[in-house]
Design a binder for this molecule. Structure first.
Ligand SMILES: [Zn+2]
Ligand SMILES: [Zn+2]
Length: 290
């Protein structure tokens, strides 16, 4: 299971027991404080199966006037004793459920902030320009748990935490326009050399020229896409960015073919998953870089 970020719906649907993304040892899921009693109660009385089930119990700890005691008289504990008479210690069950959810990697914990909390608003106000293609900047994998399964991959570690693509509340520029280009000498041969350029304007200190490093397998296409990557990384994440590129490969790769979170094996554009600016608009070049 992997993805840059995971939707809460998927996070909640995963089985909690021996969760693949739990950092806890197996004891958390096997041993209770009182001879396995708590774990047994969670399974048999509360019928906890999924992360969602555990989360519901964990949230009961926030009930007002709840006390960390077996005989707590708060509304949640009283209610639980009523609906689940076999539960001898609601507090212990809630706490264990919370520990289980807390043990999940941040990317898999539905009780923590996730990119889906803010990315729904991304690009909704991008201007409707028929000549431009709008980049989908969402990093979250939506769908079902099955959509997070990655097979035949090179086991690239997607990290414990979802990328921080949260925009600042107030962008200080209206829009940025960047022209990108890449080129290669001896394209397709062993002695290939390639370079990427980003042009913001005459004399603009942000203008970039870089040589494509050997480890990226230099080619015309790689140079084009590296230029776009450089442009994205140079610009603040929360300002609408228009990238003007003449690379059909890059434009289609990023706006049509690229599915965020796909791994290398199913991804003909290996670097594409690294782009995640909130508003990026690509359009065909009508001007050449000088
Ligand atoms: Zn209570
Ligand atoms: Zn219980």
């Amino acid at each position: 299971m992997e993805g840059l970020a995971i939707s809460r719906e998927i996070q909640r649907s995963a089985p909690i027991w021996f969760h693949q993304k739990s950092t806890a040892t197996r004891t958390l899921f096997t041993r209770g404080q009182h001879h396995k009693k708590t774990v047994k109660c969670l399974k048999e009385t509360h019928k906890i199966v999924s992360v969602s089930d555990a989360e519901v119990l964990a949230r009961l700890l926030q009930t007002s006037r709840h006390q960390s005691a077996w005989n707590c008289r708060c509304a949640a504990c009283t209610g639980t004793r009523h609906t689940h008479p076999q539960c001898e210690d609601p507090n212990a069950c809630f706490r264990r459920a919370k520990l289980m959810v807390d043990s999940l990697l941040p990317k898999w914990n539905p009780m923590l902030p996730q990119p889906e909390d803010w990315e729904a608003g991304f690009n909704v106000d991008a201007p409707q320009d028929p000549e431009a293609k709008v980049f989908n900047p969402k990093v979250t994998t939506y769908g079902t748990l099955a959509d997070t399964f990655r097979i035949f991959t090179e086991r690239i570690d997607g990290g414990d935490v979802a990328p921080d693509n949260k925009p600042d509340s107030e962008p200080d520029e209206e829009e940025i326009i960047a022209h990108t280009d890449g080129s290669a000498n001896n394209n397709g041969r062993d002695e290939v050399t390639a370079g990427s350029g980003v042009f913001f304007g005459q004399g603009d200190i942000r203008n970039i020229a870089v040589r494509v490093p050997v480890e990226l397998n230099p080619s015309n296409q790689v140079a084009e896409i590296l230029a776009i990557k450089q442009a994205c990384e140079t610009c603040p994440i929360d300002i609408p960015l228009t990238i003007i590129s003449d690379s059909r490969y890059s434009i289609d790769g990023l706006t049509r073919i690229c599915r965020v979170g796909r791994t290398k094996a199913s991804q003909p554009y290996p670097m594409a998953s690294q782009y995640r600016p909130p508003w990026v608009k690509y359009e065909s070049a009508r001007r050449k870089l000088r």
